[in-house]
Structure formats: C-alpha cells, structure tokens
Design a protein around this ligand. Structure first.
Ligand SMILES: Nc1ncnc2c1ncn2[C@@H]1O[C@H](COP(=O)(O)OP(=O)(O)OP(=O)(O)O)[C@@H](O)[C@H]1O
Ligand SMILES: [Mg+2]
Ligand SMILES: [Mg+2]
Length: 537
C-alpha cells in the first residue's frame, strides 16, 4: 500500500490495477482447459470487444507449448531475434514478483505507465460489455488478451508467446496463423487437467499446430512423439525434430541460462528463430540441422543478457555475510525437472568450491594442494558447507514422486541435505494485489507441510546409510535450535511461514561462523517468488 499524504494508506494506481486483476481470479481459472475448454468460444467474443481480431492476424507470432522449457525457449528466442535487430514482444508465465514480468518489450519488462494504460483500456472495455452471456474473462485469459493488445499497439516485429497451460484450449491459442510453432520437452504435469498419459498430454500440446504452419520439437519419449507426428500429419504440418545445441558452436561463451537441459531449449530456440527469419523473408533458407557455425547475433542472443528469474538462479543473501548464506533457486515442480534441478544444484555447489580453490592459486603457488583446499584467498580457513532444502509444492503435485527424485539425484552426486525445511507459500496462489498479504503465523493450515515432512522423514529412514555420509559434525550446534519451527524432526522442520524459516537460517548462519549454508529452494515457482521478495529487500 502506498502512503497517502495524510499518513493513511491509499493504494497507488498500480496497486489499484493489481486489485482489479485479482478480482478475475476464480477457482475455475486454473482449469481453463478442462470441461471442453470452459467456453473457449468466449475468447472470440473478447477479441471482438477489444477489436483485436485484425491486429492479431497481423502479428508475426512464434507460439510455444510444452511441459518444461517453454519459458526458457521463448526467452532465448526473444533474445536471438532482438540481437538480430527486431522489435520483440515476449509473453511468458508465470511471474515471480511482479505481473509485468510476463510482458517484455525489447527484452525489458513493460513499464508501469504503459502497463496501466493498456490494462485499463482492456479492463474497462470488457467490464462495459460484460453480461451473463459474456462474463469477465478469467485471470489468465485476461493476461493473454492484454499481451495481444500490448504487442499490437506497440507494433512489435515479432511476438513470442508461451502457452499458459496445455495448448488446445489455452487462451494464447486464439492465434490462427502463427509463423512457426514449437513444442518443448514433454513430461508429466497438470495431469488432473491434461490427462494421465504422455500421449494425452502431447495431444493437448499439439492443439497449437495450425494447418501448413511448420512445427519444431525436441527429442521426446516415443509415446509423445507418435502423437505429435499423428496430429502434424492430420494438419499437413511439417514437423521437425531439433537436436540440442552443440556447446562448441558458442565460440567459448556460456549459455545465458544455466543447466544442461538449456542446450535442448537453446537448440529449439535457434531453430524457431531461423525458421521465423526464413518465413518472414529475412533469410533464404533456415540454418541446416548440422550447421558448423552460428551467426554472431545468435551467439550474442544465446549468451548475453538472457535472464529468467527463478530458473537455476543463484542469489547470495543480502545479510551481513552474503557468502555464508547462498540461495539456489529453481522453480522445478515436476518429477523430471526435479531431477534436473537436483543435478544442477549438486554440480553448482561443487563448481562453487572448485572456484574457491582455483582462485587461491595465484596468491601462493608454493602451497600444497591440501592447503589450497583448506584456505580461502584471504587466507582464512575455508568454511565447511552444509546443504539445506527449502521446499513447498502445490497440493496437486505428488510429493511421493518429487521428493524421492530430488533426494536420490542429489545422493548420486554425493550431496545430502542436513535439514529439509517445509513452509507454506506467502502469497495466495496467483493473487497479485494487496490481498496477497501473508496470513499471520497462527492462522495458517500446515497439514500439507506436515505431509511433505512425513514423506521426507520416511525417505531419510530408508536412506540411513546415505545420511551418515553427510558432514555430520558441522551441524550439531544448530540442531536444537528450531524452536521457531512448529514441528522439528531429526532431518526436517516445518515452519509456520517463510519469513520464520529465513530468520532461522540467518540466525543459524550467525551462530555457526564456520559453516556456509547452501540452500536449495525448489518445488514451486511461487515459493521462489516469495523467497526472492524477502531476500532482495
Ligand atoms: N528442456 C527441459 N527439460 C526438463 N526440464 C526443464 C527443461 N527446461 C527447463 N526445465 C526445468 O523446468 C523449470 C522451468 O523452466 P521454464 O520456465 O523454462 O519452463 P516452463 O515450461 O515455462 O515452466 P512452467 O510450467 O513453470 O511455465 C526449470 O527451472 C528447469 O528445472
Ligand atoms: Mg507448467
Ligand atoms: Mg513458464
């Protein structure tokens, strides 16, 4: 809330818009694709009201569906085409801190001023025409309509659209003739809406295919690939399989987004960009599959300032000793991505200690290798590090799939969590306005967090051997100190709120000066957003 001149709190214009947006959140909005699309036809009424039919048909669109990697693929694609000199519009989901993250113009979140202008233009028009037959659109549908309005009015050269959920009945699928479509990695997610088999899920995603419009995809499980091929041939869609980017093509530069799977997404982004360039007359032929070099603009686009918050992101705490409390944030929330996330975490914390060792070398080359491991550049003893898990997931997810995948993958890299902390999310799902103030600690229902804790404790029981291998001693002094937690067990604790868990972490770091804390935060992008809000203050 903004402070009014008389000291009373008066919402700012931006908060007012967010409150209006929150009013569109309904229980049903998560399930837009169920129930035969939940009146998908309404979208064409909205387009008429907003006079968007013609402008959308003029947009040169890249449309991307998939279970995982949509946002990353779209972000790479946007960056490549921007570096090629085009004016870009990018629509992604979800957002982490601010809803404007979903709308980027030329790679930058839309300004508050522009957002407000387009927001009210759309909102008021829809409100004026709303009736029993044509109710206000749901939250995500409104955001998609707003994206179309923004990109049309801003006259972008290319609009890159990430599907919100599924494909066929997603609000972004009002697009009739995209320039090119992409399907990123498919896996199990949102089965309650999209179906229980990979085939059914692939069928939903292939719902974005349009007659004659080329579609590109990455290597998929057979069951999914068969369905994609079937749908493609029904619509006369040329479907091409794209291989992961060969790291050697980057001329020694690093991809702008971290994690091995990003080479898969980058490969798809390169193919989408070059097909778009070719189909819009900027290139004679798209780059061949076995190219031995990439144009400089592509390399810049893939390596430069690509940023996507909450995906394989490493953020030191903003406390007095940021080195000693480092958050590793990744919004993985499906079984497959949990494994990838666990591998990324395990490798990055090793890289991190590797860097510390290497950076010692110029200081004193006469040290024995043992010394190098033991000392920091400043000559102090190198700290032991300990790994903590900070986790929550939405109750539609199956923790019996997520947590074992996470724990086993880390264990296979020799990484064991000293403690797992379970917390509720601070912001109510998708709430964007001032209603999203956290509930006070005593009001929160923690039964889901207790359930997660039970799954974790059982896993640890089954892995006693593994746990003993962890760096036992460093943590002893901390284990008794979880009184802030509602329920503290040997390997885990449930906290009534995220701030209380963060406070516990900071207190622990302060008390144990010899330990560095590396905290993996995962399971829910909303949790990541909440953590970022707290630690970036
Ligand atoms: N190609 C991939 N295969 C498997 N997992 C991936 C892949 N790309 C990204 N991920 C995982 O999924 C997480 C989200 O990535 P990204 O935002 O690109 O995907 P998304 O499809 O937009 O996800 P969401 O469903 O949250 O919108 C990443 O943090 C990473 O753990
Ligand atoms: Mg998803
Ligand atoms: Mg996304």
């Amino acid at each position: 809330m903004g402070e009014g001149g008389d000291g009373s709190s008066k919402p700012t214009p931006y908060e007012e818009a967010l409150d209006a947006l929150s009013s569109l959140i309904t229980k049903r909005s998560r399930a837009d694709t169920s129930n035969n699309g939940d009146c998908f036809e309404l979208l064409s009424d909205y387009l008429k009201i907003l006079e968007l039919e013609e402008p959308i048909s003029q947009l040169k669109i890249i449309h991307v569906a998939g279970t995982k990697g949509k946002g990353s693929t779209c972000t790479f694609t946007e960056s490549i085409l921007r570096h090629c000199g085009f004016r870009t519009g990018l629509f992604t989901s979800p957002h982490l801190i601010d809803v404007r993250e979903r709308f980027r113009l030329d790679g930058v979140d839309i300004s508050e001023e522009k957002f407000l202008a387009y927001f009210w233009w759309c909102f008021e028009r829809l409100k004026e025409k709303a009736s029993d037959d044509i109710p206000m659109p749901s939250y995500f549908r409104f955001l998609a309509l707003l994206a179309f309005k923004i990109f049309a009015a801003e006259e972008v050269d290319v609009a890159i659209l990430e599907v919100g959920l599924g494909g066929k009945y997603d609000a972004t699928n009002v697009v009739k003739a995209p320039v090119v479509c992409g399907v990123s990695s498919l896996g199990y997610d949102h089965m309650e809406i999209l179906g229980n088999t990979l085939g059914a899920i692939a069928g939903e995603k292939a719902g974005i295919f349009k007659p004659g419009v080329p579609a590109l995809t990455v290597s998929q499980p057979d069951e999914a690939m068969c369905v994609l091929e079937e749908k493609a041939s029904e619509l006369n869609v040329p479907l091409q399989l794209v291989r992961p980017l060969d790291a050697n093509l980057l001329n020694g530069f690093k991809l702008g987004l971290e994690g091995e799977h990003q080479y898969v997404n980058a490969g798809l982004a390169i193919a989408l960009s070059s097909t778009w360039l070719q189909r819009t007359g900027h290139l004679e032929v798209p780059y061949p599959e076995h190219t031995t070099s990439l144009p400089e603009q592509f390399i810049k686009g893939l390596t430069a300032t690509v940023s996507l918050q909450g995906r394989a992101q490493i953020v030191p705490d903003n406390n007095e000793s940021p080195e000693d409390l480092v958050f590793y944030l990744d919004g993985a929330h499906s079984p497959e991505s949990m494994e990838i996330c666990a591998r990324w975490f395990s490798l990055s914390i090793k890289d991190d200690s590797q860097e510390k060792i290497l950076s010692c070398q110029p200081l004193d080359t006469s040290r024995s290798s043992h010394d190098l491991v033991q000392r920091n550049p400043d000559g102090k003893s190198r700290k032991n590090s300990t790994q903590i898990l900070l986790f929550n997931c939405m109750s539609v997810r199956d923790p019996q799939l997520l947590l074992p995948n996470l724990m086993k993958t880390c264990a296979s890299h020799g990484v064991y969590f000293k403690k797992a902390l379970f917390v509720p999310n601070t912001s109510v799902y998708n709430k964007v306005g001032s209603h999203s103030l956290p509930a006070t600690d005593s009001q929160v229902d923690l039964s889901w967090q207790f359930a997660l804790q039970r799954v974790w404790e059982n896993l640890m029981l089954g892995d006693k051997g593994g746990n003993e291998k962890s760096t036992g001693a460093v943590f002893e002094e901390l284990t008794d100190d979880t009184e802030m937690a509602v329920r503290s067990c040997e390997n885990s604790a449930v906290f009534p709120s995220l701030p209380s868990a963060i406070k516990w972490l900071r207190d622990s770091v302060r008390k144990s000066q010899s330990v560095r804390f590396q905290v993996l935060v995962t399971g829910s992008l909303h949790l990541i957003g909440d953590v970022l809000k707290l630690i970036k203050k």
